[in-house]
Structure formats: structure tokens, C-alpha cells
Design a binder for this molecule. Structure first.
Ligand code: SF4
Ligand code: SF4
Ligand code: SF4
Length: 892
């Protein structure tokens, strides 16, 4: 279809336009300036500033931002009559505006200045209009930006951004007449409102009413990728000297289209933090001593040379680029001679890798982030997108705005529920029963996609048989969800296409995490929602490069590109490529490594960019295992709780100081670029690993730079065969990408599945309860999750003062009913006790939690939530059950 099929004239110039676009959009896209203040791309037209008045064919004045183009239209944008009207509107705005342009942080980038200059407004024009400037004091309560209503022009862009784009609705117009102002609920400071500090309104504000606190402008900007969650937002880091001073979203990029959350926009201060590790450290007599790199590397190489293959284990980093991860797996396999390498996906998405691989043949997100907005139905289960993956949260809100139906399944009333058509609040850990119940309805009501099942799937009859015991009464009693709602949700999902499933750790971090993933795979197969745009089963990754760490083979059973270590042909190819003999025995998964360390079977561990002491369940047990090692090397950018236990600490450098690539949740390999020199004497992590290997006499670690290493990755792993730094210079590519002509794969499984016979495989399932359920002694069920303000164990975000101001400690969330039973109030400290230990957080009474279920984040070592959590494992993936453990809460 020809999108530009409308032709019209603007000021006598013939231009083409897209059907459905406005006069203003058409003019601006053809480089014709029409003054405007209340227009903002992506927001609904508002028509309040009256500055975009133009003359149409019959001489009427119309607002260009609200009037759609017509074929053959003749528009005049600039004449005396039009500018008289515009001038009056602009003069009224300026007359009520505190003008101090020279010291205003918006100077040079202000739309009011631009309009004033375009219309030729001068002081004399304003004299008769000037009235008292309002006397509202500045709201500087937010740590990252200021709100100065003396400069507000009431264009409403901030209100609309907050409502339409985010769905947060933290601000609105308040009061009336001359007293109208943008305000929060109850006219409280922003920091006490529901604002999530994303800064989107600050970026959109056309004047100086909302401005970032950081006043300096960068001397240069470097395009790279956000180092926090798995959305993989593209950013420009602003640099002055050796300091990173700003970040802004890349508007051109399809992943985030300029949007960022609070961490991506304001969370960069950790990079130049004074507590960064800047020199290698060796622990002697229990005290760390700074040493030179040579001494540290010699020491590490000597100690590791004394270790037998099976006595060594490595944990690689989901925070670090692919190249760092590749180096760790190559070192572990080619130098240490073992497959004992794993990464923190073990604690999060290993069930996705195992589960999806069994059903579909590939354990990654099947579709792309940009497709979410076009889904007709979104099934969001076990994920809190607005807190954990905020830019995906925006896409879900956008989809709803576009008319999508939204079904949310979560044990808590999380934020995204307010946009949902149906909310199912299940008892944590009962997902298999709930999903089987839904699928039974779909089968019973003939809502299955028989053609798809027939043509593309196996094992349907066995699966159907396993549905029998999931009658609605049983499912309701197991899950606690009203049966009518289950029916409604099942019918809505099955009959509204295309439908997409989005999930994350609420599904995987269970002793039956892989079975939960199987259930979601079954659901998508049953309704034919696979292999098409805006469908699929989509695990959203929590850490920026957890996808990449797995892709790079930092898993005990696969080489880079998911090539099995037990496959003789694969081993042979890697032996040839690495020029060493390799083992085909699967290595240990992370929990098995810890167990082996406790028994003394694993004696040395190399942990890169992870902090298991705080991130893993049953903290005391983790510490015991690490203490039992003969030799622990930790490579990190801060002295984490795990680094404190190390024998040697090696200072790696942050994402801003090195080149490389991250793979985001949608399998997109994107460039990470060095913005500043490494802080202190820190080094890129891949280089440190390679230097240890070289000190140990190994060959094959002489990489010129990160790009050189990526070329080797592309050679040994066919699914990345067509990716190199040049091809992804501007836009990342989604694997599989087999050769230089392959544009990558936005949607998996379009024709066949990646299983051996190319068919999807239904898996019969039986519900198993969680390992530890509430009882008399521990009557509450604790489930854990993330805060929008922090990342993992907050080693990075905890070094950003503003983020700590907004969220500085872990609370225990509970409903009023449970709080009253214990007799505690908001902000009161309590003792939370599980079978494994106790902690003392403050209480936060919330409507998000239901009676019997309490919630905590796990970001801070001070409260160390994981002292409480259960280390019981999913038998297939060995992922711990972070999401369910029994606790007792006591008043102190
Ligand atoms: S908002 Fe614009 S017009 Fe107002 S003081 Fe700032 S730069 Fe000047
Ligand atoms: S910072 Fe974000 S959440 Fe806060 S008011 Fe602005 S748009 Fe709304
Ligand atoms: S944390 Fe995630 S959503 Fe936020 S800016 Fe970074 S990548 Fe985007």
C-alpha cells in the first residue's frame, strides 16, 4: 500500500502525506515550521496553545495539530492574519512567564524562545499584558529533576505523557481559572506522589518548567545500551572529561524509541563513583592489600595451575557484555579443562531455556518487543513489567491504548493490573493448575486451533488426557481464583488473536519452574499463537545481558550458540577451533558447584560480576560454601559482599568503559561502546580473563579487541555467523543470523520449530505444590520481586544517591488485615522469620498484597531477604524457589 497517497499544498509547495496524519505532522516532516507548543509526537492532539493556527482552503483558521490532511488540500501557514492570532496567544503566555533565559537550564532548547523569535515578539508588546507572575515555589523534591511552575505554560504535555504514555497519572491539572496549575494528588511534592521518576515528562516539557537537576551539557555523546534490565534500551551517554554526566534515550531505536526508565535515565552515577575498585587486591592475613596487575595475575595463574579440572568452577556475568562471557567460558573449557561454568540465569531463566527448548527447540523470546503494541490480547503472567522492565511496561500500556485486551495473572495487585480487562490473583506457586484449568476450558469449548495442532504439533492426545483432572472446582480450590474468572480469561485469550504471552521470574523461580514454562508453551500451541507477528511465548529477561551470557555458552551443557557439549561433532569442531582437547562431560550447575564446594570437591571459583552472597537463596549456606573454597577470585567493579570473601579481587570496568555487545530479551545483539577510559587501573573483563589464560601459558587468547573476539564467536557459533560489529553499528540484529546476507530473525518458529523433527511438542503436566507452604508456625507466604529503582543486589544502583533516596531499603509489604493481626503500623520494624533465618525490615502496608501473602524485594544486603528464601530447586533447571517460602512476622 502506498502510505503517502495524499497530496496537498502547503504554502504553495506540493507535498505528500500519510493518510490519517495531521497538517502539523505533515508540515514538520517536510521541514516546514509551524509554531506549536502543546503538540508532542506520539501524544493525542490537544489543540490548546492555538499557536499552530493555519488557514485552510475556505479561509478558515484551524489548528494544524488537530486537523487531518485531505487530498488536494491547500494550506497557508504564514500570513499577517495568522500571525496576529498566534502573537496574541504567545504574548499572553510570555506575559505570565518568569523570563530569565540566560540562567534557565532550558536556554537554547526552549520552544517558547523559538516561538518568540519566530513571531518577532518584543518587550513593548508585553507591557500592557504583564500581570503578577505566580508565586509558586519550586518543587525540588525529586532527586533527579526540578519542577518550576513559574515557567509552566500549561500545555499539558507532562500530564499527557504521564497519563497516555506511562499510565501512571501522577500529575494532572488542578485548581481553576488563573489558579490552574499542574499538580499531584493532594498538591503534595512530587516525591510523595505516585511519580516513578522516569523523567519522560522532563524530556517532553517544551520550556524550563521541568528540568534535569544536572545542569551541565555534555561535551560529547556516545551511543550505547542501558546496563540494567533485559529490555536493552539504546542510550546516548553524555561525557565531560572523564566523567559520564548524562544519559538520554535514542529516539531512532526500535527497542525503546527514546523512552527510558529512572535507572536508564538517571542511574549512571555509579560509573564514576569514588568507591569503584581501581587496583587489584590480594588478601593476606585476612586483609586486602593493593598490588600491581602483574603480581595479581601471576598469583592467580599460579594458584589455578595447582587446581585440577573438576576442582574449578566459574560463574560468569549477566551484567557484562558477550565478549566478557565468551572469554570466561573459553577459559573454563580450554584452559581449566572443565564445563563447570554457569551464570545467574540459573537463578532466573534456566527454566525458560530448558522448558522452551523442549517444546519449541529454542529457549528464547519467540517474538520482538516492538510487536507487543500490535497484539490483540496480552497474557501477562508472573511478571511485574512496570517495575522490572519498565519500557516493556510502556509497550503494554500502548497495546491497551491500541485496543488490546489485557489479562494479568499475579498473586499481587501490581500496577499493570489497573490497565487489565481481567485480573487473576492466584495463590503463589499454583500456576500449573491455573493454566491447565484454562486449557481444559479452551479444549472443552472448542477454542483450539485444530489446523495448527494437526500440522505443526506432536503429543496432543497425551496432553489432552492430562487435562482431565483439572475441572474448574479443583482448579478454583488449588489456585484461589474464582472459576468464572478462569473461564473468562481462557475464552478471551483463545478467541482474541494475535495473542502474546509475556512472563518472567514469577513463572520460573519455583521448584516447578520448568513445568510452569511447559504450561505456557502448551497454551500457545493449543491456540496456534506461535510463529506469527505479535504472538508467542516471551520470557522477559531481568538483567541486561542474561540472554547473552547464555548465548555465549556460560552454561554447563552447551558451547556458545547452544551447541551441546555432549555432541561428538560439536566437541570436534571446538577442539579444532580452540586447538586443545575438550571434555564432553556436562559441568556443574551453580547450586551443584556450591554443594561441591561445601564438600571440598570444588576448590577454586572464579566469579565475574555477580554477587551470589546477596542474590542467591539461603545466604548462610552460600557463605559456608564460599568459605570452604581454597581459592576464590572475584572480578567486579565494587567491593560486593561476595568480593569481601575473595582471596583475590580483580577490578573489571563498567559498561561505559569498554566495547562489546549485549543481547537483550528479544535476542537482539547490540553494540556497547566505550565512553570513557577505564576508571583507575581497572580493565575490560575479557582482557583480564585472557591475561590470566596467557599467564597460564594458554594460546588462543590474543584478541586485538572486543570486535576481534566477536569475530571468533561468529565463527564458532553458527547462529551468530552473520553478525559482526559493522553490521550492528546502528541497529542490532536478532539471532539466529546465519550469514552476512541474513537480516536476523524477529520471529522464531514461523515455518517449523527448532526441535529435531521440526514440530512443537505438547507436554502433559501434573500440578505439584511448592516445596514449603505456610503452616501454623510460619503462617505467611513470602514472595519476592524487584523495585523499579534498583538492579539486582544494588551494587550499581546502590551507588546512585538519588535512587537510594527514592528507595533506600527493602520493606516487607503486607495488607492491612495481616498488619492488624500482628498489631504493626506502617514503617514499624518487624522480625521476619523463616526456617533458615531472620531479618528486621520495616513494614509497608499496601493494597497490593492479599491476606496471607507478604512481599519483599531483595536489593539490599542490610536486610538480606535471601537469608529467608528457600534453596529448594526445580529438579530440571536447578533454579531455586525464590517465589514461595513460609515465614512468620513478629512485632519487635
Ligand atoms: S523556559 Fe524558555 S523562555 Fe522561559 S526562561 Fe527558560 S529558556 Fe527562557
Ligand atoms: S517523571 Fe514520569 S512518572 Fe513522574 S510525573 Fe513525569 S512522566 Fe509521570
Ligand atoms: S532499566 Fe530497562 S527499561 Fe529501564 S532504561 Fe534500562 S533497559 Fe530500559
Amino acid at each position: 500500500m502506498n502510505e503517502n497517497k495524499i497530496t496537498l499544498k502547503i504554502d504553495g509547495l506540493e507535498v505528500n502525506a500519510k493518510e490519517g496524519s495531521t497538517i502539523l505532522e505533515t508540515a514538520l516532516s517536510n521541514n516546514i515550521y509551524i509554531p506549536n507548543l502543546c503538540y508532542y509526537p506520539g501524544l493525542e492532539p490537544w489543540g490548546s496553545c492555538r499557536l499552530c493556527m493555519v488557514e485552510n482552503d475556505d479561509g478558515r483558521l484551524v489548528t494544524a495539530c488537530e486537523t487531518l490532511v485531505n487530498d488536494g488540500m491547500n494550506i497557508v501557514t504564514d500570513n499577517v492574519r495568522i500571525n496576529r492570532v498566534r502573537k496574541l496567544s504567545a504574548e499572553l503566555l510570555i506575559a505570565n512567564h518568569e523570563v530569565d533565559c540566560l540562567t534557565c537550564r532550558k536556554n537554547d532548547n526552549c520552544k517558547l524562545q523559538e516561538i518568540s523569535s519566530y513571531l518577532g515578539i518584543n518587550k513593548d508588546d508585553l507591557g500592557s499584558l504583564r500581570r503578577q507572575i505566580n508565586n509558586i515555589s519550586m518543587d525540588d523534591s525529586n532527586p533527579f529533576f526540578d519542577r518550576d511552575l513559574k515557567k509552566c505554560i500549561l500545555c499539558g504535555i507532562c500530564v499527557r505523557t504521564c497519563n497516555e504514555l506511562l499510565g501512571v497519572k501522577a500529575i494532572d491539572f488542578g485548581f481553576r481559572g488563573y489558579d490552574t496549575k499542574i499538580t499531584t494528588f493532594g498538591d503534595r511534592p512530587l516525591v510523595d506522589s505516585s511519580c516513578v521518576s522516569c523523567g519522560e515528562c522532563v524530556v517532553a516539557c517544551p520550556v524550563g518548567a521541568l528540568v534535569h537537576k544536572e545542569a551541565l551539557k555534555p561535551a560529547r555523546e556516545v551511543k550505547t545500551v542501558c546496563p540494567f534490565c533485559g529490555v536493552g534500551c539504546n542510550i546516548y551517554l553524555g561525557v565531560r572529561g572523564d566523567q559520564v554526566i548524562s544519559a538520554r534515550g535514542d529516539v531512532q531505536n526500535s527497542v525503546n524509541k527514546g523512552n527510558l526508565c529512572v535507572k536508564g535515565r538517571y542511574g549512571f552515577k555509579f560509573i564514576n563513583h569514588p568507591n569503584r575498585l581501581t587496583k587489584p587486591l590480594i588478601k593476606r592475613n585476612n586483609v586486602f592489600e593493593e598490588v600491581e596487575w602483574d603480581e595479581a595475575l601471576d598469583y592467580v595463574a599460579r594458584k589455578l595451575s595447582e587446581i585440577k579440572s573438576e576442582e574449578f568452577a566459574a560463574i560468569s556475568s549477566a551484567r557484562c557484555p558477550n565478549e566478557d562471557n565468551y572469554a570466561v567460558q573459553k577459559f573454563t573449557r580450554a584452559v581449566m579443562g572443565t564445563n563447570n561454568v554457569d551464570n545467574c540465569a540459573r537463578s532466573c531463566h534456566a527454566p525458560s531455556v530448558a522448558g522452551l527448548a523442549k517444546i519449541f527447540g529454542s529457549g528464547a523470546m519467540s517474538n520482538s518487543i516492538d510487536e507487543i503494541k500490535d497484539s490483540a490480547c496480552l497474557f501477562v503472567i508472573g511478571t511485574n513489567p512496570t517495575a522490572s522492565y519498565p519500557v516493556i511496561g510502556l509497550r503494554i500500556v500502548e497495546a491497551v491504548k491500541n485496543g488490546a485486551k489485557l489479562i494479568v495473572v499475579d498473586p499481587r495487585n501490581i500496577d499493570i493490573c489497573k490497565h487489565a480487562d481481567i485480573v487473576l490473583n492466584q495463590i503463589p506457586g499454583t500456576d500449573v493448575a491455573l493454566l491447565m484449568g484454562m486449557m481444559k476450558i479452551i479444549v472443552d469449548e472448542d477454542l483450539t486451533d485444530e489446523k495448527f495442532i494437526e500440522e505443526r504439533c506432536d503429543n496432543y492426545n497425551d496432553f489432552k488426557e492430562s487435562l482431565k483432572e483439572y475441572d474448574l472446582k479443583t482448579v478454583e480450590s488449588i489456585t484461589g481464583v474464582n472459576k468464572e474468572l478462569i473461564v473468562k480469561a481462557a475464552k478471551l485469550y483463545a478467541s482474541t488473536k494475535p495473542a502474546s504471552i509475556l512472563y518472567s521470574l514469577g513463572i520460573t523461580e519455583h521448584t516447578h519452574g520448568t513445568e510452569n514454562v511447559f504450561a505456557l508453551g502448551n497454551l500457545a500451541l493449543l491456540t496456534g499463537n506461535m510463529g506469527k507477528p505479535s504472538t508467542g511465548v516471551n520470557p522477559i529477561r531481568g538483567q541486561n545481558n542474561v540472554q547473552g551470557a547464555c548465548d555465549m555458552g556460560c552454561l554447563p551443557d552447551v558451547f556458545p550458540g547452544y551447541q551441546k557439549v555432549e555432541d561428538p561433532e560439536t566437541i570436534h569442531r571446538f577442539e579444532k577451533a580452540y586447538n586443545v582437547e575438550l571434555t564432553s562431560s556436562k559441568g556443574l550447575m551453580f547450586p551443584e558447584m556450591l554443594e561441591a564446594a561445601l564438600k571440598g570437591d570444588v576448590k577454586a571459583m572464579y566469579i565475574v560480576g555477580e554477587n551470589p552472597v546477596t542474590s542467591e537463596p539461603d545466604t548462610d549456606n552460600i557463605k559456608k560454601s564460599l568459605r570452604n573454597l581454597d581459592f576464590l577470585i572475584v572480578q567486579d567493579i565494587f567491593m560486593s559482599e561476595t568480593a569481601m570473601m575473595a582471596d583475590v579481587v580483580l577490578p573489571g570496568c563498567s559498561f561505559a568503559e569498554k566495547d562489546g555487545t549485549f543481547a537483550n530479551s528479544e535476542r537482539r545483539v547490540q553494540r556497547v561502546r566505550k565512553a570513557i577510559e577505564p576508571v583507575g587501573e581497572s580493565k575490560p573483563d575479557w582482557l583480564i580473563t585472557c591475561q590470566i589464560a596467557q599467564k597460564m601459558g594458554a594460546e588462543g587468547f590474543e584478541f586485538k579487541d572486543a570486535s576481534d573476539m566477536y569475530n571468533e564467536i561468529a565463527e564458532v557459533a553458527p547462529i551468530f555467523g552473520g553478525i559482526n560489529y559493522n553490521r550492528i553499528d546502528e541497529v542490532g540484529i536478532q539471532w539466529p543470523c546465519m550469514d552476512e546476507h541474513d537480516k536476523g530473525t524477529p520471529i522464531l518458529h514461523t515455518q517449523t520449530f527448532k526441535t529435531e523433527n521440526g514440530r512443537g511438542r505438547f507436554i502433559p503436566l501434573k500440578y505439584r505444590p511448592s516445596a514449603e507452604l505456610p503452616d501454623k508456625e510460619y503462617p505467611l507466604l513470602l514472595t519476592t520481586g524487584r523495585s523499579i529503582y534498583h538492579y539486582q543486589t544494588s551494587t550499581m544502583t546502590g551507588a546512585v544517591e538519588g535512587l537510594k533516596t527514592l528507595y533506600g531499603e527493602d520493606y516487607i509489604d503486607m495488607c492491612q488485615e495481616d498488619a492488624s493481626k500482628i498489631g504493626v503500623m506502617n514503617d514499624e520494624k518487624v522480625k521476619v522469620i523463616s526456617r533458615r533465618g531472620e531479618i528486621k525490615p520495616k513494614v509497608r502496608i499496601t493494597e497490593t498484597c492479599f491476606s496471607g501473602v507478604v512481599f519483599m524485594t531483595f536489593h539490599f544486603s542490610e536486610s538480606a531477604t535471601n537469608i529467608l528464601t528457600n534453596s529448594a530447586l526445580d529438579p530440571i533447571s536447578k533454579t531455586p524457589e525464590f517465589k514461595v517460602c513460609a515465614v512468620r512476622v513478629e512485632k519487635i
